[in-house]
Design a protein around this ligand. Structure first.
Ligand code: ADP
Ligand code: MG
Length: 691
């Protein structure tokens, strides 16, 4: 018997290869299938008469197979299956390419549903490669309905995923409801089981919406409960005060090659005042890309070090930690301290090139090294601090509440908690941040450094490509550098790497044969990545072809051109992040958005970037441009790790979820009264713990 726990390889029609492909999507059990949500629906719910079909529209028909044949096409390259289908109003020709088995599956005389685009060939209408489904079942899953479209991976078809989910959808009822009945009633929510079945196979958009509301509520509620729990933790602890050191601070500021902006001064002051308190600081520093958050952080670090405390600085990627390591070394030069870098692959300090991991861990434990920059490796079990006073987390949304807790436990101070500063380039409005994070302290940098010029953004249609290449050549000849970002078609597979590698060849061999072109992508070894970034920083590479690995934080002041291929594939917020990689110095910078799509909608969407340089506004615009069947998009992944369906823009649900989270914790501060909720929280902690 199939249950929620049944392993996918034990399901009908799942062999070893399919199981492997599914596991790439994190699907290992029947339950995982139920929680693999569609990201949109194709609306094939209306069944049309053949006579009324309109060319170039999507449609579904229901008809009888009159004729079906397969043959090789004249060019011998492809296999052609031709079919004639009729209903009581007319007949239509149907063609499938490279699916020779169809003549075995579909037989003359059978009734089928066909969903797809209606085309027109010389004189007659036809459908090419429509999705087919026999009409002998009670309920269809692939056609003649709102058809769910799922995130997938190479060689796993929508039909396969849909079939598998439909084969276990009855188990949705067996999912145990984790919310108390009163809560489900109070907010008129669907039960969990109903929501899960309807998110996959809704009858109407309204059904889908209700399912979505329930599942978003769950995600946000869990997130906020976790935030509140960690808050309880912080409220109950004390911190060691870090005294404001006037001399060190003055010296730091005067050593900078630039004048601090007013917002930088103000936010630094807020942070320094917090550090003096004997309650742990829990502050979020928000500032658009390029607004200069690192300097503000460095000022806090400088004071913490001067008072004898250790400082941990964490960032989400190796490239970023490398860069912070160098930047801090430069910013804190006057203070003359040894800085360590600790990641999975790199162990070093500013004074020692060769160093074993165990030696570094010992130095940290003995308080001989005070400033440690690192990735997640910093919260691994064997790292222990001696007197950790301040923790800084860059791009905080990538770190869970849990990870913060665990670094606190390693601080070396039994009775106190270190001060926390998180930094993010996502400019979440204050009211929203308060609903999500409660009484978290917020410091916002709105102002950009003075001489900074606005990045000139342009949407480049295919006919203007040559012109743009010429422009890039000119700029490179003036001494500037350029990024060329290519979209990952499928990040889980080699396909994406192939796309950048091909683009790299073309640019290097054909377009810019006289320039130095480099290639950077996520599948390279860490050492290679570092070498390439260093070469780029040293201007040994003029043009860097890359994937979105450069998305966050990378700082190459001399890079003045950001050219993005297939821009229509990215979310606006993500494009904005990428654009933030240029315009980091006094050079006028440019962002060129290349698109292969000429549709007005694409151009309008990209045009939003030309008009706005406000990251939050752009993220919100992403939602406006979504079609009616769109549930969620790539653009929002990343903000908060645990949110799959919900986004920061679900204002109403956030408000309600917050209220409910508070109520739960008021009734039972340790959640013991709500064991099922506690269970979910624990489950989620395990999921967000990558190591
Ligand atoms: P982000 O907020 O994106 O993390 P960074 O801290 O990386 O920004 O700063 C971006 C660049 O701007 C760095 O090269 C930094 O040295 C420079 N910078 C920071 N503050 C100022 C300022 N007040 N005036 C001029 N340049 C500045
Ligand atoms: Mg930064």
């Amino acid at each position: 018997m199939v249950t929620l726990e049944t392993k996918i390889e034990d399901l009908n029609r799942v062999g070893e290869t399919t199981a492997q492909r599914l596991s790439k999507l994190n699907i290992k059990t029947a339950q995982d299938l139920l929680f693999h949500f569609p990201f949109r629906y194709d609306d094939f719910s209306k069944v049309s008469d053949i006579k009324n079909l309109i060319p170039n529209t999507q449609a579904t028909i229901r008809g009888k197979i009159e004729l079906i044949n397969s043959r090789r096409s004249p060019q011998k390259r492809r296999f052609l299956t031709e079919c004639v289908v009729s209903d009581k109003t007319g007949t239509i020709k149907v063609i499938w390419f490279n699916q020779p088995y169809l003549t075995k599956v579909l037989n003359v005389g059978e009734l089928v549903y066909l969903s797809g685009k209606v085309g027109f060939d010389k004189y007659e209408q036809q459908m090419i490669n429509p999705v087919y489904e026999k009409a002998n079942k009670k309920e269809t899953i692939h056609t003649a309905r709102l058809v769910p479209i799922y995130p997938t991976t190479q060689n796993l078809s929508q039909k396969q995923i849909r079939f598998l989910i439909s084969s276990v959808i009855n188990l949705a009822e067996a999912l145990s409801e984790w919310l108390p009945d009163q809560v489900v009633e109070k907010y008129h929510l669907l039960s969990l089981g109903q929501a899960i079945s309807k998110i996959h196979f809704p009858t109407t958009y309204n059904d889908a919406q209700k399912a979505l509301d329930r599942l978003k509520f769950d995600e946000l509620l869990l997130f906020i409960i976790q935030v509140l729990l960690s808050r309880q933790d912080i409220e109950h602890s004390t911190a060691e005060s870090i005294e404001f050191n006037k001399n060190i601070t003055k010296e730091f500021v005067s050593s900078l090659p630039f004048e601090l902006t007013n917002d930088q001064k103000m936010t630094s002051w807020e942070i320094l005042r917090d550090l003096e308190k004997e309650t742990p600081m829990n502050r979020l520093l928000e500032g658009e890309v390029g607004s200069g958050k690192t300097v503000v952080a460095a000022m806090a670090i400088s004071n913490a070090l001067a008072s004898g405390k250790q400082v941990a600085f964490m960032a989400p990627t190796e490239i970023l930690t490398q860069q912070h390591f160098e930047t801090l070394n430069w910013l804190l030069e006057k203070q003359n301290i040894e800085i360590a870098l600790l990641t999975r692959t790199t162990i070093k300090t500013t004074n020692r090139a060769k160093l074993s991991k165990s030696k570094l861990i010992e130095l940290i434990k003995n308080n001989e090294i005070k400033l440690i920059v690192g990735t997640h490796s910093l919260i691994q079990a064997d790292v222990k601090f001696n007197n950790l006073g301040l923790v800084i987390v860059d791009e905080q949304h990538r770190f869970g509440v849990e990870q913060r807790k665990s670094i606190k436990e390693k601080s070396g101070n039994k009775n106190t908690s270190p001060h926390f500063l998180s930094m993010t380039a996502t400019p979440i409005p204050r009211t929203l941040a308060l609903s999500l994070y409660g009484d978290l302290q917020l410091s916002i940098i709105k102002e950009m450094p003075k001489e900074r010029k606005k990045v000139i953004t342009e949407v480049v249609t295919p006919n203007k490509r040559e012109e743009s290449y010429k422009f890039i050549k000119e700029k490179v000849n003036e001494g500037r550098q350029a990024f060329v970002v290519c979209p990952l078609i499928d990040p889980s597979d080699k396909l994406g790497v192939k796309a950048v590698a091909e683009e790299f060849e073309i640019l290097k061999e054909e377009i810019f044969p006289n320039l130095s072109v480099g290639l950077l992508h996520g599948k390279l070894k860490t050492d290679q990545k570092k070498e390439i970034m260093n070469d780029f920083l040293a201007n040994k590479i003029n043009i860097l072809v890359t994937t979105t690995v450069v998305e966050v934080g990378v700082n190459i002041p001399n890079a003045a051109i950001m050219m993005i291929e297939g821009a229509e594939r990215f979310g606006l917020a993500q494009l904005h992040q990428l654009r933030g990689r240029v315009g980091r110095s006094t050079h006028q910078s440019y962002c060129l958005l290349f698109s292969d799509s000429n549709t007005q909608k694409t151009i309008d969407r990209l045009q939003a970037l030309v008009e706005s340089s406000d990251g939050f506004e752009l993220a919100e615009k992403d939602l406006e441009f979504r079609g009616p069947g769109q549930l969620y998009g790539k653009e929002q992944s990343g903000y908060i790790q645990s949110l799959k369906l919900a986004s920061l823009f679900d204002y109403e649900i956030i408000k309600v979820a917050r209220k409910q989270a508070q109520e739960f914790l008021e009734q039972s501060p340790d959640l013991k009264k709500f064991p099922k909720i506690l269970e979910r929280i624990i489950e989620q902690k395990q999921e967000t713990h990558p190591e």
